[in-house]
Design a binder for this molecule. Structure first.
Ligand code: SDX
Length: 392
């Protein structure tokens, strides 16, 4: 028998674990990875540097970072048979569904489970996951376009490879704009971890049964896909487009978002923890102006987003509920300016969040966390006798 069970829907007031990785203060809008502020890291670090910090706990020295980048390069080839797996999908398949399947399929080619107590094995599994995930993530786009699947170029950097893997065609070399690489580095850093959000909690609970790292990450991809979570960055762009197609009438959509009988929510607004501005949204909003400026892109949807933010922040309903723009509100504007299609936005969130998922999975296993198995309050039928089908 157990003590009284209290139900906490969505775990709004439940702490699932102790963690040394990320610190959030929702009231003040503070976010730190291993004690470093997101502002410093986004401004001064690279995505792989921050990945190393999240996973191993310290900012790498120059030689540690170089070794990490080279060790990842050992695993950037994906088994050719994986191509026939992706060939089985229709071109219209959503990239997140394909990514989740391909991530899980990696287990078939790397069946040996990781002995997390063996530092070398764990390190190799980390490098393998980071190397292969980027390639298969871009393959989901190449499949949609009917393009041949590209290979990682070990002579180039991780983020530059992302753009090449996505856009380089056999017809000629693809020139990667260093400004785009810098902006993507920053965006991936801003998405890298966020304590016990829905997809990270999923990775932890799947991993708590000692399921493998690829299986746990695959589950995280599926959880992130939902429009209430990472899928919001795609939903924001679709919402902005809808407002644009409705003559830019933001007030009408703010009204819809407040109408309890209308399922419409202002996508990219609100957060379980931040009851203030999401610090990432602030940085991304500024980056949107910078990137569109340097790329010389005029996007009416950015203007609509700014108007929408202004109207919502002055609205009593939103103010009473501490609803502010979150990480997903402006990110899609930047991805769009880079020529990345809206169906790929959440895949980019997954690429950014990968090191966080790995770090949290590693911490959960090394802390020997027990298998996740909550209880419930039963509200179903009392005891009843079986009835033969002829008597029903
Ligand atoms: C991410 O957890 C993380 O850290 C996630 C994330 C990460 O880095 O991993 O930060 C990434 O997922 C950001 C969130 C992306 N999702 C969206 O932008 C979708 C729109 N947002 C909402 O669905 C909502 O705000 C959530 C899901 C983000 C948070 O939901 P909660 O904490 O369960 O809050 P709630 O739904 O109970 O809302 C509280 C009130 C309700 O009104 P009342 O019932 O009190 O009258 O606020 C209202 C809600 O109706 N509300 C909104 C709203 N969000 C909340 N009303 C209109 N538009 C919205 N966007």
């Amino acid at each position: 028998a157990t003590g009284a069970i209290t139900i906490d829907p969505g775990y709004k007031n439940t702490g699932s674990c102790k963690s040394e990785i990320t610190f959030l203060n929702g009231e003040e809008g503070v976010l730190r990875y291993r004690g470093y502020t997101i502002e410093d890291l986004a401004e001064k670090a690279t995505f792989l540097e921050v990945s190393y910090l999240l996973i191993f706990g310290e900012l790498p020295t120059a030689s540690q970072l170089e070794k990490f980048e080279n060790d990842i390069r050992k695993y950037t080839m994906v088994s050719e048979e994986m191509k026939s797996i992706i060939d089985g999908f229709p071109r219209t398949a959503h990239p997140m569904g394909v990514l989740s399947s391909l991530t899980s399929a990696l287990t078939a080619f790397n069946p040996k489970s990781v002995n997390v107590e063996n530092e070398k094995e764990l390190y190799e599994a980390v490098c393998k996951t980071i190397g292969k995930f980027l390639v298969i993530a871009t393959w989901t786009f190449r499949k949609r376009m009917g393009y041949p699947l590209n290979y990682y170029d070990n002579t180039k950097g991780y983020v530059e490879n992302f753009m090449r893997l996505m856009f380089e065609l056999p017809t000629g070399p693809y020139k990667v704009d260093p400004k785009v690489v810098a902006a993507l580095d920053k965006l991936f850093i801003l998405h890298a971890d966020h304590e016990q959000n829905c997809s990270t909690s999923t990775v932890r609970i799947v991993g708590s049964s000692h399921a493998g790292l690829f299986a746990s990450i695959s589950a995280g991809v599926s959880a992130l896909w939902g429009p209430l979570h990472g899928g919001a960055n795609q939903a924001v762009l679709e919402m902005l487009q809808q407002i644009h197609d409705n003559g830019g009438d933001v007030a009408k959509f703010v009204l819809k978002a407040k109408d309890k009988n209308d399922p419409f929510r202002l996508m990219g607004f609100g957060h379980r923890v931040y009851k203030n501005f999401d610090p990432r949204a602030k940085i991304i909003k500024k980056a949107a102006d910078d990137v569109l400026g340097t790329l010389g892109v005029e996007d009416p949807l950015l203007d609509i987003a700014k108007q929408l933010e202004k109207v919502a922040l002055e609205d009593e309903y939103f103010k009473a509920r501490n609803l502010y723009p979150n990480v997903d509100f402006y990110s899609g504007i930047i991805y769009r300016a880079m020529g990345i299609p809206v169906e790929m936005f959440t895949v980019l969130f997954a690429i950014g969040r990968l090191p966080g998922w790995i770090a949290q999975w590693k911490e959960m296993r090394l802390n020997k966390e027990p298998i996740g198995r909550p209880r419930q309050v039963y509200t179903g039928s009392p005891l009843r006798a079986f009835k033969e089908v002829k008597d029903r």
